[in-house]
Design a protein around this ligand. Structure first.
Ligand code: 6GU
Length: 310
């Protein structure tokens, strides 16, 4: 017979516990690092520490995206030397993993004993007040794939983890959010180029970046940023009773305006204005490189979450 998710998660957790030294075996907080934000592991106490490649862990999904190398790192973080387990890199829905598979590691970390989870990501800004480099603390989300049937909790409820109909109205822990605001204000490295915001993350499946019309639709629906991760993990984390903190780094600003001359490319190219138009369209086009670059630049400021769990 087919093993249950709980059995597979247990198998994965058991393997991890067999290779992690005793003093690191009880992490309190799980952290999932978004694109270019894995530098957090360099701030862990140097010892004790252990890194396990995802490929060694039974059933663990791995990412195939450049810049998302996958490893699970155990160590101690922040002033309080909080025991943590950090995921450097994550699997995405757009890579072809099922939405259940994408969230599998959250349940593994739950079995390892975490009580809270911190999830970071790179996202596109939709709120016109947002700038590249801003950090947005999630206070709500819109789960487009989930609303349309691609939900990680779809199927028989895994009672071992949580209830059939979990509420998400209180998904984003208020006290964690407050702590980040306070910690950020105290950061000496804070420059004027970055503003900490709170807002709504729209999860879309990708892998294409949004069209202009899609950006306008998402904005009209109340989203402040858009991205291709995080929300499935949060649904599963809340189902399992974990406290959640999630933060987006705004790596680019989604284009909300219609294209030059109302996107009437057909007319323009007929008039021989092709090159000009291509240049105009190139401006503001999203690309993976700029996402990674913004991530590298802001990674240290995002580490403001180091001391939330106190
Ligand atoms: Cl503009 N869109 C999506 N879906 N994900 C992103 C992004 C944009 N920028 C970074 N990640």
């Amino acid at each position: 017979t087919k093993p249950t998710t709980f059995q597979l998660v247990t198998q994965s957790a058991t393997y991890i516990q067999s290779v992690v030294p005793e003093e690191l075996r009880n992490p309190k907080v799980g952290i999932i690092c978004g694109s270019g934000l894995g530098g957090l592991v360099d701030t862990l106490e140097a010892a004790p520490q252990i890194a396990i490649p995802y490929s060694d862990i039974p059933e663990f999904p791995h990412s195939t995206v450049v810049g998302h190398a996958g490893k699970l790192v155990f160590g101690h973080l922040g002033e309080k030397k909080t025991p943590v387990v950090v995921m450097v890199g994550r699997a995405h829905f757009y890579e072809g993993h099922s939405i259940e598979k994408v969230t599998f590691p959250v349940r593994v970390m739950k079995l390892l004993g975490i009580q809270s989870i911190i999830v970071t990501n790179a996202a596109g800004g939709l709120n016109p007040e947002y700038n590249v480099g801003d950090i947005m603390i999630l206070n709500d989300h819109i789960n487009f794939p989930g609303l349309a049937g691609n939900h990680p909790l779809r199927g028989p409820n895994e009672e071992a983890f949580g209830t059939r109909f979990p509420a998400l109205s209180d998904a984003y822990d208020l006290s964690f959010r407050r702590t980040v605001h306070l910690a950020y204000r105290k950061l000496e490295t804070v420059s004027t180029k970055r503003t900490v915001r709170e807002g709504v993350y729209a999860f879309v499946s990708g892998p294409t970046f949004e069209t202009r019309a899609e950006c306008r639709m998402l904005r009209a629906m109340g989203a402040d940023v858009v991205g291709m991760s995080t929300v499935p993990e949060i649904c599963v984390a809340r189902h399992a009773g974990l406290r959640v903190l999630a933060m987006s780094l705004v790596t680019n600003c989604a284009v909300l305006e219609p294209g030059p001359r109302g996107d009437s490319l057909l007319i323009e190219s007929a008039q021989g204005a092709g090159d000009d138009l291509n240049n105009l369209l190139e401006a503001g086009k999203a690309n993976h490189q700029e996402v990674l670059e913004a991530g590298n630049e802001a990674a240290t400021d995002m580490q403001v979450c180091r001391n939330v769990h106190t």
